[in-house]
Ligand binder design. Structure first.
Ligand SMILES: Cc1ncc(COP(=O)(O)O)c(C=O)c1O
Length: 427
């Protein structure tokens, strides 16, 4: 798809189609129900859980942008994942990557272990034997998330789809990190794409919602039936806002990416950063595949700080332009500590296996002025460097028997507070 076509589809979705009053911007239909002309004469809409004109406009635009036959707009990204899983039975095996979004990991593992909804196999797609392992497992569904969250690892979608076809398995790709502008998994052979539209598609951090797009119409019809049956279709107002956000996806994404490239360049020369994870880097293990299957490297990146975990709050507290918060893909820059935030639902062992270290930080680079973003990072690194030096000289001066609390232990306490124990039950 050329960018002009993409921009036109996104900008003009539903524009100047109103037959009632010739409204240019499509109206928002908040109605829950629809009048029948007479008994037995229902129109195309009857009840908004099943169908809604505003939601349908968004679904049509998403189906076209992803190159699918049918899109179903859901009330969250997680419910789009739940919807795809309706295709599995307890005899089926689902293969998932070892480093997917923590909420997806929680859903897969709990459905498999506590509900016996399907059998589950967790694969490291970065190991050279991943194809042999999948061949031996003979799954009914392969779940991909590429680039992965939070380590931006790349999986070869085309290779996975070729293998899946041989095994008659379905391939689902979570395309949240890139959006259909930068990656179209259906064109690479996938059967289903899921999105947390909460992220780049809406792009303004003011709607939690999701979508599922099917290559095949029949599969799409079946999943639309399930979405209505389960009651997980999206709300009309959310669809209206998401459609408004979608219109500017292309210019937003361009600015996100320009900024991300410069942030990556800055982090690479920063001595307190031990590793930068970004598929646009030529030494990233998935760079060549990303170049082939993506139309850009996106604006998500992660990095390891080369300090003790207790020093994390020094860095995080100093930031002004990067807000410490979950989520991603909004116009504003966010920073997150995956280990205690987005991926807290993974056990310490699962985090370690996935490579999520204690000082890993993830950035969702926004569209602010790049000079402000870089100055913000620079100021925070300066404070971190000062704190590291102070701790080092304190340690050198330390005399046996001294009991005064060190700055790092204060910071450890404040790190604990950030984890908000009240939310633990949700992890
Ligand atoms: C890659 C990915 N998939 C799915 C989800 C779940 O989406 P939602 O929070 O809209 O339910 C998220 C949320 O962060 C995500 O990052």
């Amino acid at each position: 798809m050329t960018q002009r076509q993409f921009a036109t589809i996104a900008a003009r979705a539903g524009i100047a189609q109103d037959t009632a009053h010739e409204a240019v911007t499509p109206p928002l239909y908040l109605t829950t129900t629809y009048r029948l002309k007479a008994l037995g004469q229902a129109g195309p809409y009857d009840y908004s859980r099943s169908n809604n004109p505003t939601r349908d406009l968004l679904a049509e635009a998403l189906a076209e942008l992803e190159g699918g036959s049918k899109a179903i707009v859901t009330n969250t990204g997680m419910s789009a994942c739940v919807l795809a899983l309706q295709l599995l039975t307890p005899e089926d095996t689902l293969v998932i990557p070892h480093d997917c979004y923590g909420g997806s990991y929680r859903l897969f593992t709990n459905l498999a272990e506590r509900k016996r909804s399907f059998k589950l196999e967790i694969i490291n797609f970065q190991q050279p034997d991943w194809q042999q392992r999948i061949q031996a497992i003979k799954p009914a569904m392969i779940w991909l998330e590429t680039p992965s969250n939070p380590l931006l690892q790349i999986t070869d979608i085309k290779a996975a789809c070729v293998l899946a076809k041989q095994l008659s398995a379905l391939v689902v790709v979570d395309n949240t990190f890139l959006s259909p502008l930068l990656q179209q998994p259906l064109a690479l052979g996938a059967d289903i794409v899921v999105h947390s539209t909460t992220k780049y598609i809406n792009g303004h951090s003011d709607v939690v919602a999701g979508a599922l797009i099917c290559a095949d119409q029949t599969l799409g019809d079946e999943l639309k039936w399930w979405a209505n049956c389960l009651g997980i279709t999206g709300g009309a107002f959310d669809a209206y806002l998401t459609l408004r956000g979608l219109r500017t996806l292309l210019p937003r994404m361009q600015q996100h990416q320009r900024n991300a490239e410069q942030v990556v360049a800055y982090l690479q020369q920063q001595p307190l950063v031990s590793k930068v994870y970004y598929p646009g880097l030529v030494d990233h293990p998935g760079h060549a595949i990303a170049r082939q299957q993506q139309q850009g490297f996106g604006a998500m990146l992660s990095f390891d700080l080369a300090v003790e975990p207790a020093q994390l709050p020094v860095f995080l507290d100093a930031l002004q332009c990067f807000t410490l918060a979950q989520s991603l893909g909004g116009i504003e820059s966010l920073i997150c500590h995956p280990g205690s935030m987005t991926h807290a639902s993974m056990s310490a062992e699962a985090q370690q296996v996935a490579g999520i270290g204690p000082t890993l930080l993830r950035l969702s680079v926004g569209i602010e002025a790049i000079d402000d973003l870089l100055a913000d990072l620079d100021a925070a690194f300066q404070q971190l460097a000062a704190s590291v030096n102070t701790n080092a000289s304190d340690a050198a001066d330390h005399k046996p028997g001294t009991t005064a609390a060190s700055p790092s232990s204060d910071h450890a306490d404040s790190a604990e507070c950030r984890l908000n124990p009240a939310l633990t039950a949700l992890w």
